[in-house]
Design a protein around this ligand. Structure first.
Ligand code: A3P
Length: 381
């Protein structure tokens, strides 16, 4: 039941009347009022009630919308940020996905024997804004070694071929594995590179997996490498690192397949860089390097020390401290008077690869050449 007091405006005697509604609408009004007056009274009452309800609804509506708007506007920036982040993630995913799918992209592999200046080469490359390598992955050379065990001359290979696992599915899976590790462990880049020195023991296979690969094989005087390994106690599986003879002999054994692999894939795929030449004549050697990579050279690559913190340097790698310094020449000849004389006498037999790589194993005080003007300028500073 609804009851209300309505004012009869257009009746003869304007006064308050009592209106009550029930299921059957009835009014208690004096008999003196006309029928028209009663109708008019009812009509006005319904109209006002309806207006009141509508106005209340509109007010409630405006109030709710304002509350929601204020709350929304406070978080608008956040919401925009979230949207931007989501869009970025989407783009990022797409980019990463295409990068870790594309075995035809230009990948750069840097390697050689440990202590050949491979980390220095990595940092020089990464001084270029388009190239990112990241630290050594370790799993890439391990995978390559496993592959050679699986497909080597054992009866396992015939089982793998019979089962349809080798060679193509295995190659494809390995290419994807290697690519995914390279792309996802380093910051995003136009050109990705990898520096796992021992991966270059499989140059021909890497070229098979990545047809547009560019390989940089670092070479250094074996005596300097042996001196570095023995004095710094650089642990290498299978090496007796306290024995110069063992290290020189194993160096010669391990560098051989790298060198042969480099020759076999050809000079547009693999470039040999001598550490001594790189540090003595960095301008011409980095220009030659970037010409080989088919990436525009920039002078920044001569100042790797300024960019050293732009990409992660692993605290587990032994050259991390050294590559933070500008190019230096101290490491060229410090081995000369420190390797035992009887070992030096036997170097031509222990390390026959030295001659093939352009070093004279009988010259125990070699000159590797003159520094260029850039290095001379740095030395004067
Ligand atoms: P030494 O141990 O004889 O000093 P890798 O990174 O392949 O292990 O190579 C390490 C060698 O690179 C070290 O040899 C080190 O001297 C050299 N190297 C690192 N940073 C260098 C720099 N800024 N200038 C010159 N040589 C550098």
């Amino acid at each position: 039941m609804i009851s209300a007091t309505a004012k009869v405006m257009d009746c003869q005697n304007t006064r308050d009347i009592r209106v009550s509604t029930h299921r059957h609408f009835h009014l208690r009004i004096p008999r003196t009022y006309s029928t028209n007056c009663i109708h008019s009274t009812l009509h006005s009452f319904e109209m006002y009630t309806a207006y009141a309800v509508r106005i209340s609804l509109v007010i409630v509506g405006i109030f709710s919308v304002s509350v929601v708007f204020i709350a929304f506007s406070r978080h608008l920036e956040d919401i925009k940020g979230v949207k931007r982040y989501l869009r970025y993630r989407k783009d990022d995913d797409i980019m990463q996905k295409s990068a870790d799918d594309d075995v035809d992209q230009k990948l750069i592999f840097v390697g050689g024997m440990p202590r050949s200046g491979t980390t220095l080469m990595r940092k020089m490359l990464e001084s270029h804004m388009d190239i990112r390598c990241g630290p050594e992955t370790h799993v890439i050379p391990d995978m390559l070694r496993l592959e050679s065990e699986w497909t080597g001359p054992t009866h396992l290979m015939s089982k793998l071929v019979e089962a349809g696992v080798a060679p193509r599915p295995l190659d494809r899976a390995l290419a994807k594995f290697i690519l995914s590790i390279i792309v996802h462990h380093a910051p995003e880049a136009k050109y990705y590179c990898n520096k796992d020195p021992y991966a270059l023991g499989r140059i021909e296979y890497l070229h098979k997996l990545f047809p547009n690969i560019k390989i940089v094989l670092m070479i250094r005087d074996a005596r300097a490498i042996a001196h570095s390994i023995v004095t710094r106690k650089v642990s290498i599986a299978g090496y007796n690192i306290s024995d110069y003879r063992d290290v020189l002999f194993k160096w010669s054994e391990d560098i051989r397949p790298m060198y042969q692999g480099c020759l076999s894939v050809g000079s547009d795929v693999c470039l040999i860089v001598h550490y001594e030449q790189l540090v003595l004549r960095p301008v011409e050697n980095t220009k030659r390097l970037f010409e080989f990579l088919e990436i525009p050279w920039t002078p920044e690559v001569l100042h790797h020390e300024k960019h050293v913190n732009e990409t992660h340097l692993s605290s587990c790698e032994m050259s991390t401290d050294q590559v933070q310094r500008p190019l230096y020449l101290d490491a060229l000849t410090k081995w000369c008077d420190e390797i035992p004389k009887d070992v030096l006498r036997d170097v031509p037999y222990l390390a026959p690869m030295m001659r093939l790589l352009g070093y004279d194993p009988t010259d125990n005080h070699p000159s590797y050449g003159e520094p260029d003007d850039f290095v001379l300028g740095k030395l004067k500073l």
